[in-house]
Design a protein around this ligand. Structure first.
Ligand code: RAM
Length: 348
């Protein structure tokens, strides 16, 4: 009897070991964990960033096993973004894609994220080198800035007062473009008869941008043109010109969404403007972050930029090559006018 009992308990022990081995085995074969990629934008409620999010979701769906978390502060401040990134670190996300409200203020928090193994890149509006692994710009900064001055020059016959209506005063992308524009006004002989009289900030808020545009009409009665390199600003300026019955007197160019600008192109408040495809921008950024998360793009935890010459296979966008200081460039801006604005308005 004792012997049978001993044999029984031995059999039980063996069965338990086998069971444990089996469950360990099935554990090893478990589905790979879903990667969490967060897109932190300048602010919520901006249709430009909603289009970037759509592109991110498209890439996530194609790649599989990726969850996109889309967040941003209610107004475009660095403080709001710092809080969000801090909570994303606590949630242990795998990657963070940021459009920065300030190129330097975010560095300590993104460095903290990277030190914990989170992959960080900026897109649209950069974090300075040291605070991210890659920065994806929509187009060359020089090209964007020069094109804006050329577009307004064409509309005002290269003569008269021009003002810039920007986003926030700390925005990396707008400030970089404005620097190029200022140089053009100062040094390009083709623009010798144009004068940049003011740069004002609407903070990517429609009502503030509208008020700033109205303020420009008051302060500069001889104003001939406005350049607004922000989708929020250029649409608000279109409305201000229309409401003030200044169509034909004050010309407007900028970076706008065809869907928001169609009305102002058709009523002649804004005869031409430029932009790239924000869906493609979000899609490309997600492809790059996925490559970082999967280790296909080598990165260091201290935030040293990814080496120049590295290539990302970015789905329908083809190959994206990383340049100096980890900066990658997407493509060239499109110019929109009466001939094509309606066609693109249904896309972004
Ligand atoms: C606004 C934002 C964004 C910028 C576009 C052109 O939506 O400021 O950062 O890239 O305009």
């Amino acid at each position: 009897m004792k012997k049978t009992l001993r044999m029984l308990s031995l059999a039980l022990a063996l069965a338990l070991v086998a069971g444990a081995a089996l469950s360990l085995g099935s554990c090893a074969k478990a589905a790979p964990k879903t990667a969490k990629i967060a897109m932190v934008v300048k602010s919520m409620g901006n249709p430009f960033f909603d289009a970037c999010r759509d592109g991110a979701q498209e890439a996530a769906k194609e790649l599989g096993g990726i969850e996109i978390i889309y967040q941003g502060p209610s107004t475009p401040t660095a403080e709001g973004q710092i809080e969000i990134i801090d909570s994303l670190i606590a949630q242990k996300v795998d990657g963070i894609i940021v459009s920065a409200n300030d190129k330097d203020a975010l560095i300590p928090i993104t460095k903290k994220a990277m030190s914990k193994g989170i992959k960080v890149m900026s897109f649209d509006s950069a974090i300075a080198a040291g605070g991210r692994m890659v920065d994806l710009v929509p187009s060359e900064t020089e090209l964007i800035g020069k094109q804006q001055v050329q577009l307004i020059s064409e509309l005002i016959g290269a003569e008269g007062e021009v003002a810039i209506l920007s986003a926030t005063s700390q925005a990396t992308n707008q400030n970089a473009w404005i620097e190029v524009m200022k140089k053009e006004f100062e040094t390009n002989p083709a623009y010798a008869k144009m004068k940049l009289v003011a740069t004002v900030y609407g903070d990517d808020l429609s009502d503030k941008s509208y008020r700033e545009a109205m303020g420009l009409f008051e302060s500069y009665p001889k104003l001939k043109g406005i350049i607004s390199p922000t989708t929020v600003g250029v649409a608000a300026a279109g409305k201000a010109i229309t409401d003030k019955k200044l169509i034909g007197k004050v010309q407007l160019v900028g970076l706008g969404l065809p869907s928001e600008m169609k009305f102002y192109v058709m009523n002649d408040a804004c005869k031409q403007f430029a932009l790239w495809n924000p869906v493609d921008l979000g899609y490309s950024a997600t492809q790059i972050t996925n490559a970082l998360v999967k280790g296909k793009l080598k990165s260091a935890k201290d935030g040293t930029p990814v080496k120049a010459g590295e290539v990302v296979e970015a789905g329908r966008m083809g190959k994206i090559t990383i340049g100096e200081s980890g900066v990658a460039v997407m493509g060239n801006p499109f110019v929109f006018n009466k001939s094509n604005v309606e066609k693109y308005a249904s896309i972004f």
